[in-house]
Design a protein around this ligand. Structure first.
Ligand code: CA
Length: 230
């Protein structure tokens, strides 16, 4: 599932430009053109990150930021977008709970780089005790998201469950039959090839994001386990 980013920007051209930049980078974007519109959207859904313009009609970006930080959305990364570039503004906003600051005019590459960095920090800052990692791979059980080298993998339910199991018990070797029982919840495994196919697809998806490392090891004659972490 792609990350969903809320853009709060009153200038239609800039809002549209940001939407295009985000969509081209594989994110989904929701658009708000005022602070009050953003407030209504935030009551209905929780984005993964917010891009917030400061000079908005009505409720200002600064006021909205304080509201966001005081409400249940206090852990969403907020990146400020503004032509106001003075150091004092930056310090004030970072103190008020903004995660980063992008000065207009901006380059698309800078916007994407800052978003990626903020999303990475947000994942590690939540410090979920259940957050699991191996080499360049991090799995968030709560959000069911897997990041490899900063890229989110698009996994099926079974692929995610397999990977989650391997990461929870890094030393354990699982037979195909046992994996079938645990992940497919019962039934006789018999002669079918289901586990092999799913492990193979999972490996391919991880390999696309990290060609250098192996993550799932085949134990000859037994089954599979997580690769040794050095
Ligand atoms: Ca504006």
């Amino acid at each position: 599932m792609p990350y969903n980013i809320l853009i709060i920007e009153d200038e239609p051209d800039i809002n549209l430009l940001l939407t295009r930049i985000l969509t081209a980078a594989g994110y989904t974007a929701a658009q708000a053109y005022s602070g009050t519109e953003a407030r209504l959207l935030l009551e209905k859904e929780t984005p993964d990150l917010i891009l917030l313009d400061l000079m908005l009609p009505g409720l200002s970006g600064e006021e909205l930021l304080l509201e966001i930080r005081e409400t249940m959305h206090n852990d969403i990364p907020v990146l400020i977008l503004s032509a106001k570039g003075s150091l004092q503004d930056k310090v004030t906003l970072l103190t008020a709970g903004a995660d980063d600051y992008i000065t207009k005019p901006f380059e698309p590459e800078e916007v994407i780089a800052r978003i990626q960095a903020a999303l990475r920090r947000s994942c590690s800052f939540k410090r979920s005790p259940s957050l699991l990692s191996c080499k360049h791979l991090t799995l968030c059980p709560d959000t069911r998201k897997v990041l490899v080298n900063g890229t989110e993998l698009s996994l099926t339910v079974r692929e995610f469950d397999l990977l989650h199991l391997f990461l929870q018990t890094p030393d354990k070797v699982y037979s195909r039959e046992r994996l079938y029982e645990l992940i497919w919840k019962g039934g006789y495994y018999g002669e079918n090839n289901t586990v092999n196919v799913h492990v193979s697809n999972l490996r391919k998806k991880i390999k696309a994001a990290d060609p250098e490392e192996e993550y799932i090891q085949t134990v000859y004659g037994i089954g599979f386990k997580l690769c040794e972490t050095l």
